[in-house]
Design a protein around this ligand. Sequence first.
Ligand SMILES: [Zn+2]
Length: 312
Amino acid sequence: MDCATATAQTACFVPDALSVDVEDYFHVEAFADRIRPDSWEQYPSRVVDNTRRVLDLFARAEVKGTFFILGWVAERFPHLVREIQAAGHELGCHSYLHQCIWRLTPEQFRSDTRRALAAICDAGGVEVTGYRAPTFSVVSGTLWALEILAEEGLRYDSSVFPVRHDVYGMPSAPRSAFCWDLGGNCRLPELPMSTVRLFNGNLPVGGGGYLRLLPMAYTSWGQKRARAEGMPFQLYLHPWEIDPEQPRLQGRWKSKLRHYRNLHLMESRIESLLVRGRFKPLENVLAASGEAHTLPLVAGQYASGSSVAAWA
Ligand SMILES: [Zn+2]
């Protein structure tokens, strides 16, 4: 894609977005330097039980969300994909092998995406239209991946975090829903992760480590700010984040801090956010977003972050 010609479309809408990245505790980027995919089979899987707990949590709150499923998980536990689908949630794709896009060639990315879509669609028996990149790895240098997603039949992406961060981030991207203009009348809607605007910068909020590691008051504040700005608040989580009993892995101290801290608090925090929000699957949030106005974007605006928010 020629990023210099990319345009974005922003919009205001009411519903909040709810998403789950369905992966196991040993798939995460925090331990990827020590645990390679060819050793994943050695680890006792907990993703089925943990995802069922998430399903129960959502059922109690009477909310539906989008489950971005790792293809590796869908292939091994197709019944779990069917359980998610039968409960009325949207099925999405979280890649096959959880590799950050910046480590892949376009050919490898296309192959990984195809394999994941085949596994999830075969298991669920429905079309998958949404994509969440591992570790929010749609950044300035990987925008080529969006064109491949569209070519492979995906109809929206939710992988952009408009923040500065030590690993990911696109700090100048729009903070609310927009469309990537891929050229030739092809557009790919994007629902970015939630941020709070403060002192000319964006702070990440809404899930994962930001919800577990920071005081709950911060996330509650972010939820209220999103409402006041007329933006969706996107709550996201991983099934392993509500599993304090998961096996402890060896890793760098920062990785262990990010992964294990406050696991015991996560479920109750999610529960309290669910009752205060108006959560919907992402396809519903994007459908409600409308087409308010168009914002021209320039490739240089999307410089990745480097040093802020290195703790989550
Ligand atoms: Zn992930």
